[in-house]
Design a protein around this ligand. Structure first.
Ligand code: MLT
Length: 273
């Protein structure tokens, strides 16, 4: 029997995963994977808009939101395995997978390893490269800074880069909600995920093997994973669609949800018609 609604708990391979599951039983399924260090509520504007026509599942990545962290070191491989474990536990065979930033790293890893489990892929504000040396250095400095000055300062510094300039005037509530997500993320999860990013392998060299429909979206003013990164993935994935989202920085699903959701619907309607 399917559990419907918000904050559902399921124990998968000794890990408690917390997820939302909305929408009709027999509708196409979209699974949403949030960025770092956020949680499943980052997808609220997608869930609300899409749940009449699709079964929409948004879950908290290991250690984030209300999911437990387990004892293992974090890695993108582990996060991708967690996703497949969750799909198996929910008895879901195939889905459209949508990941933003860290969610995109996980989605690319999962599609590469388990290509038969996905009907389409939506990559938003993400990248296929491994961290260059200067970014690796920033990861370690971020860990030191959180240890020394606390997570509030880390949140304030992060926020400056996450949004398009105009969002600071027009999206104050959303920015406050994102700040809450950051400060409420467990410190161990921050450290373990930053280390996982540091160790992350590139996925660019395997993009040519993806043979499902792919939609790539990026905020026009994304400073973290800029439009050039999206363009590079678009060139490598045959027949992929690239959409630059206006009025948005790194969190394009939150900054311009109507355009973001329209693009999802356009893709999904071509997959299941
Ligand atoms: C995210 O939004 O998930 C992060 O910006 C990813 C990263 O720092 O590489």
């Amino acid at each position: 029997m399917r559990n419907l609604g918000s904050n559902i708990k399921i124990t998968v391979d000794n890990l408690t995963v917390n997820y939302n599951d909305d929408g009709p039983d027999d509708a196409p399924i979209i699974i949403f994977i949030h960025g770092f260090p956020f949680n499943k509520t980052a997808w609220n504007k997608q869930v609300t808009a899409l749940k009449d026509n699709y079964r929409v599942i948004a879950y908290d990545v290991r250690g984030h939101g209300n999911s437990s962290a387990g004892d293992a070191d974090f890695s993108i491989d582990l996060f991708a395995k967690d996703l497949l474990d969750l799909m198996d536990a929910l008895k879901i065979d195939k889905v459209v997978l949508c990941g933003l930033s860290m969610g995109g790293y996980i989605a690319l890893n999962a599609v590469e390893k388990y290509p038969d489990r996905f009907d389409a892929l939506i990559l938003s504000d993400t990248n296929c490269i491994a961290d260059p040396p200067e970014t690796k250095e920033k990861r370690m400095k971020a860990i030191e800074s959180i240890k020394e000055f606390g997570v509030e300062k880390y949140a304030d510094e992060s926020i400056k880069n996450l949004f398009a300039p105009e969002s600071f005037l027009t999206k104050k509530e959303e920015i406050a909600a994102v700040r809450e997500m950051i400060v409420n993320t467990n410190k161990e999860t921050l450290y373990k995920t930053l280390r996982a990013f540091y160790e992350r392998k590139e996925t660019c060299s395997r993009l040519q093997d993806i043979n499902i429909p792919v939609l790539i979206m990026v905020g026009k003013e994304d400073k973290i994973t800029p439009p050039e990164a999206a363009q590079m993935m678009h060139e490598k994935i045959e027949d992929s669609v690239l959409k630059i989202i206006e009025h948005a920085g790194h969190l394009s699903n939150i900054e311009n949800p109507s355009e973001f959701n329209n693009q999802i619907e356009a893709l999904v309607s071509t997959v299941y018609y």
